[in-house]
Ligand binder design. Structure first.
Ligand SMILES: NC(=O)c1ccc[n+]([C@@H]2O[C@H](COP(=O)([O-])OP(=O)(O)OC[C@H]3O[C@@H](n4cnc5c(N)ncnc54)[C@H](O)[C@@H]3O)[C@@H](O)[C@H]2O)c1
Ligand SMILES: O=c1ccn([C@@H]2O[C@H](COP(=O)(O)OP(=O)(O)O[C@H]3O[C@H](CO)[C@@H](O)[C@H](O)[C@H]3O)[C@@H](O)[C@H]2O)c(=O)[nH]1
Length: 330
């Protein structure tokens, strides 16, 4: 029997949230003890299942110092942030405060406690609308919403801090996280829920009214936005690989993580209708400010350096796992 307290501890900010909770499960399976640090503003106590929960805010240096003193982690994974494109356009200062100022406070605490390995949740929203068929790491970064700008600022801070000191870091730029744990131990649980796939499923079940399709006049084949939906469990595996790379002495780096397929809003709706056997009521709506028409990853670098090979690349699998989770939990 493995003694949990002897496992190497890793700090997981935002580990009570959607992506963070799935990563905690993968970290635990890989032999780590995830110590979740979360203010529960958007996460859930019940999603913290594989290690202790420390309730606190990344903008609070004293709370961070207490947790780092108590647990002495070998590395950190940083998910805590606000993460909604539309909300960031409406309330940008809260995004700069939480995502930029909060991360700087965390970085100072990690430096003080000599935690030198950090995996950061970045996003494809840092690119803006590059206009190329797929997005590789080195394309120009011109974010078109405050959310993307906050994440790009953090990448700049990490680059500079890494060059000036001992910090080694990996920024994982996810495209659209989707699906949920097929064992149904954790899932996507936001209130209110802004994301497309859960909202489509809620509309199918009659839990919300008709689904608003934000824009039908984009320069895309069916006029709706194209996104690259990537299964949250595949993202979780990439985090474990990135952490191990850093703990093994590997170099800092940035990686784009997607399933490398463009899927439109209408295609998500069609997949949901196939999976559920239900019709999804829809309504044409205006474009949502801040939305680029198309975001699709080139994940070749992650494939070669992190052995990133999505297990659940089909949109139907992502929708099916999200559907099973919703039916049992919401
Ligand atoms: N979901 C996606 O498609 C996606 C895509 C790209 C990047 N990301 C990034 O991944 C990370 C996780 O996203 P998510 O979808 O799981 O979001 P989420 O809202 O489900 O999880 C974020 C967690 O962080 C916590 N948190 C927020 N501010 C905090 C603070 N100041 N102090 C402590 N805890 C705080 C919340 O309570 C929540 O549990 C975010 O950094 C997000 O920007 C997400
Ligand atoms: O009710 C809805 C909800 C969404 N959409 C559209 O569906 C697409 C996907 O939207 P959503 O699920 O809200 O995801 P994004 O706005 O693409 O943002 C997610 O994906 C980004 C990467 O693309 C991450 O950085 C963000 O954290 C994450 O929230 C977009 O074109 C939206 O306009 C609708 O048409 N109707």
């Amino acid at each position: 029997m493995v003694n949990l307290s002897e496992r190497p501890r890793v700090l997981v900010t935002g580990g009570a949230g959607y992506v963070g909770s799935h990563v905690c499960k993968a970290l635990s399976a890989a032999g780590f003890l995830p110590v979740v640090f979360d203010n529960l503003s958007r996460g859930h106590r019940r999603a913290v299942r594989w290690g202790p929960l420390e309730v606190g805010d990344i903008r609070d240096p004293a709370a961070l110092a207490r947790v780092l003193t108590r647990h002495r982690p070998v590395g950190a994974l940083h998910f805590a942030a606000f993460a909604y494109v539309g909300e960031s356009v409406e309330n940008p200062l809260s995004y700069y405060d939480n995502n930029v100022a909060g991360t700087l406070t965390l970085l100072n605490a990690l430096t003080l406690f000599k935690v030198r390995a950090l995996v950061f949740s970045s996003t494809c929203a840092i690119f803006g609308q590059p206009g190329t068929p797929v997005i590789s790491e080195d394309l120009p970064k011109n974010p078109i919403n405050p959310y993307g700008r906050t994440k790009l600022m953090v990448e700049a801070a990490l680059t500079d801090a890494g060059e000036a000191g001992d910090l080694r870091w990996v920024a994982l730029r996810y495209f659209n996280a989707a699906g949920s744990d097929p064992d149904l131990e954790v899932g996507e649980d936001h209130d209110p829920e802004p994301h497309l796939i859960p909202r489509v499923l809620m509309a199918a079940r009659g839990r919300v009214g008709a689904l608003d399709i934000f824009g039908s006049d984009y320069p895309t084949p069916d006029g709706t936005c194209l996104r690259d939906y990537v299964h949250v469990c595949d993202l979780a595996d990439a985090h474990v690989a990135a952490l191990n790379r850093l703990l093994d002495g590997g170099a800092s780096g940035v990686f784009n993580l997607g399933a490398e397929r463009p899927i439109s809003v209408l295609e998500v709706i069609a997949a949901a209708e196939r999976v559920t056997g239900l019709g999804v009521p829809v309504r044409q709506a205006d474009r949502r400010p801040g939305d680029p028409p198309k975001l699709v990853a080139d994940s070749a670098r992650a494939r070669s350096e992190l052995d990133f090979r999505p297990r659940f690349a089909a949109i139907e699998e992502m929708v099916e796992h999200a559907w099973r989770w919703q039916q049992t939990n919401a």
